[in-house]
Design a protein around this ligand. Structure first.
Ligand SMILES: [Zn+2]
Length: 418
């Protein structure tokens, strides 16, 4: 290029800037109304310890009501504990209400932030030139909250006559990050939940680093294991060689020591066998060692089956879900067990087929981390994946009759921010 100006240096800088801006603009989405709505939701601070649930619920309620399908989509706010902990239900009634319904879930709350460690304030929802939107909750899990509603909006925009066969519900629940005892645990005990006759549940997952969407068929269940040793520990045991326990024992005087372990168990583990192994090998009473376990989540459902959702053809929901995602241009990863625990366990406990799924591909995993962000194009692509009419139009698979469920209240001790 021939530079015919008097100030070539400035021109060069301007050209360079222009080139950079053009390049990044092509890689990010333009500021669409959807992106703006996502930013608005992110700016509502629902982080613990003082989540602003009521503002979040009125925002989502307004968003649902802005979908132009009068007299079809309706919303309800439930207060299962206190007025400070609302739960929002959005319902798109199906033409055959006798079929079990579909329930999509998003929790309203987020984990706390340390603003000094963020490059942008965590509730500013700043969108950088490359389309990254920075905010607590961008990945966990306010993206799916918006994507569910925008997918319904898109389906009805393209096909105003569309009516699902199965009823579709979305629930926005409080307190997932602190164990869900005043959230999902209460909700599944409610008459409203029983009346919904849920046959299939979709909950949050997390981002994937490659081109495939991650899907989870089980959660890991946390156990707190405390091993306590008193008196003089023996020597030469193979179990104690170089173990954390032995180091602990050596480092303290007098001869009493306690060590805590955060154990995350896949539901494929047999809890009774594991307890036996702990008693025999890790904490043998003959060596003056005792142990205490706090089970913070179940490993078996109400029928005693491992807390997993089957991912083969024997589960028709798996096939329908997989094909539905593929039909929307998405590709699913090999199903895995989530490293943490979510509200999904309350559904799997009831035998309801449940997948963990947040459609974020080619995205660093930043849930609970500083500088959590989601790229605008990833948000928009994820909406397409939820435009899965096939799920609500699926008439096979009549599953669990909820009336058979004994309705035992959970009595697990769940600590903060799992
Ligand atoms: Zn989450």
């Amino acid at each position: 290029m021939v530079v015919m100006v008097k100030q070539p240096n400035h021109t060069f800088i301007l050209l360079l800037l222009f080139t950079l801006i053009s390049a990044s603009a092509s890689a990010s989405a333009s500021a669409t109304p959807v992106v703006t709505r996502f930013q608005q939701y992110l700016r509502i601070n629902t982080a613990h310890p003082h989540p602003d649930y009521s503002t979040a619920v009125s925002f989502l309620d307004g968003l649902a009501k802005s979908i132009p399908i009068p007299n079809l989509l309706h919303t309800r706010t439930l207060y299962l504990t206190t007025p400070q902990k609302p739960l929002l239900l959005v319902t798109l009634p199906g033409s055959n209400p006798s079929l079990p319904s579909i329930l999509l879930n998003s929790h309203l709350d987020s984990v706390p932030t340390e603003p000094s460690k963020w490059s942008h304030p965590p509730f500013s929802a700043v969108r950088t030139h490359d389309g990254n939107i920075f905010a607590r909750g961008a990945q966990d899990d306010k993206c799916i909250a918006i994507q569910y509603l925008e997918a319904i909006r898109n389906i009805l925009h393209k096909d105003p006559g569309f009516r699902p066969i199965r009823t579709l519900h979305i629930c926005y629940v409080p307190d997932e990050e602190i164990g869900g005892l005043d959230g999902m645990a209460r909700f599944v005990e409610s008459q409203e939940f029983r009346d919904m006759n849920v046959g299939f549940f979709l909950d949050e997952g997390h981002a994937s680093l490659n081109d495939e969407y991650w899907v989870f068929y089980a959660d890991r269940s946390p156990w707190n294991l405390v091993i306590k040793a008193t008196g003089q520990p023996g020597h030469g045991s193979r179990m104690f060689d170089n173990s954390a326990m032995e180091n602990l024992m050596k480092s303290v005087e007098p001869s009493e020591a306690e060590a805590g372990y955060d154990v995350r168990l896949p539901p494929t583990v047999d809890p009774d066998l594991l307890k036996k192994r702990i008693a025999d090998e890790w904490a043998p009473a003959t060596r003056n060692v005792s142990y205490h376990i706090v089970e913070k989540g179940p490993l078996r459902d109400y029928m005693g089956r491992p807390l997993i959702t089957t991912t083969n053809d024997s589960n028709p929901w798996w096939t329908v879900f997989k094909h539905a995602v593929e039909a929307c241009g998405g590709k699913l990863s090999k199903p895995e067990i989530l490293a943490s625990t979510t509200d999904a366990r309350y559904m799997r406990f009831r035998g309801i087929p449940t997948f963990g799924f947040s459609p974020m591909k080619n995205t660093p995993i930043l849930l609970h981390d500083h500088n959590e962000f989601l790229k605008d194009t990833v948000l928009l692509e994820g909406i397409k994946v939820y435009e899965i009419k096939a799920l609500t139009s699926f008439e096979g698979a009549h599953l669990l009759n909820n009336d058979q469920f004994p309705g035992i209240l959970f009595e697990f001790h769940i600590s903060m921010y799992e």
